[in-house]
Write a protein that binds this ligand. Structure first.
Ligand code: ATR
Length: 267
């Protein structure tokens, strides 16, 4: 049996064990996947102990993604771009390899599961924090027509735009309409809506909130009330897990049935 874990603090709410066990059943793999409460003082030792005890791979979640990044011997390009690691694997020679599957997971959900191609689209991303840093590179691989980052603190949007060679704007200056709008700010978590102008979207716009919940977020409500369509980020959770499962088990499970399963359990 292969042993995996997700480490975070808090961790009780994590759906990752359920998702990975569904993948294991689907692909016929003998996988055990557990939750581990990360110790703020002792995270690095916990990771080393897990692998020393025979663990094969770990997912890392809030607030440890940067610390995982710092302790890796090798990084994927997308982890390097994101400045954060959400998936760890131990290499044959005992070197710790870090990847970041969040952005690829989000893009896979949007493009493959939800059938919303990004190629040649005008895309707006809201926010310039850690979550957004992880998705810009994977979005650019889809070759959008344009990619604009809008953020409350303009300097952070400017810094991202410089790193990734994309456009940036303030909420006052940004000009729509966009084909796809992705909310990567943490505003939805607190039930807040960024100061968005109605002219950013029209009835052809497709929106995505990286946050998910039992009820539509305030951002989703804002967009749907104005005639746009779209989705919350539940699929991103499942698809980033599928990318990690692929890295560990070299097989990519079907994601749509697992998204449906989680959605049904939430209602
Ligand atoms: P995360 O890891 O979730 O990205 P973060 O790095 O703290 O968290 O970034 C949070 C992002 O959400 C930032 O872009 C933040 O804007 P600022 O850079 O101006 O702080 C954005 N954000 C949070 N609350 C917001 C709100 N109420 N309105 C608009 N943007 C908000």
């Amino acid at each position: 049996m292969d042993l995996y874990a997700v480490i975070g603090n808090p961790i009780e709410h994590s759906r990752s064990p359920e998702i990975h066990h569904a993948f294991a059943v689907q692909t016929g793999r003998d996988v055990k996947y557990v939750k581990m409460l990360g110790d703020l003082d002792n995270f690095e030792q916990q990771v080393r102990d897990f692998f020393a005890d025979g663990g094969q791979g770990m997912n890392v979640t809030v607030p440890f993604k940067q610390r995982a990044f710092d302790m890796c011997d090798k990084l994927s390009k997308r982890a390097e771009q994101a400045g954060a690691v959400n998936t760890l694997v131990m290499g044959k020679n005992g070197e710790l390899y870090g990847d970041n599957t969040d952005g690829a997971g989000m893009v896979r959900d949007i493009v493959k599961v939800q059938s919303q191609p990004m190629k040649n689209k005008r895309i707006l991303v809201i926010g310039a924090g850690g979550a957004v840093r992880g998705v810009i590179g994977p979005i650019q691989l889809q070759e959008p027509y344009s990619l604009t980052v809008v953020n409350r603190t303009l300097e952070k949007a400017e810094e991202l735009a410089r790193q990734f060679n994309c456009d940036y704007a303030s909420f006052d200056s940004v000009k729509g309409p966009f084909d796809i709008i992705i909310n990567g700010s943490s505003a939805s978590l607190g039930g807040d809506l960024p100061p968005l102008k109605d002219s950013l979207l029209n009835s052809n716009t497709w929106v995505y909130d990286m946050v998910y919940g039992t009820k539509p977020t305030v951002f989703m409500q804002w967009a749907l009330e104005r005639g746009a369509s779209g989705s919350d980020g539940l699929g991103m959770l499942v698809c980033q897990a599928a990318e990690a499962f692929f890295l560990w088990q070299h097989v990519r499970p079907e994601q749509a049935p697992v998204i449906e399963q989680l959605r049904a359990e939430m209602s």
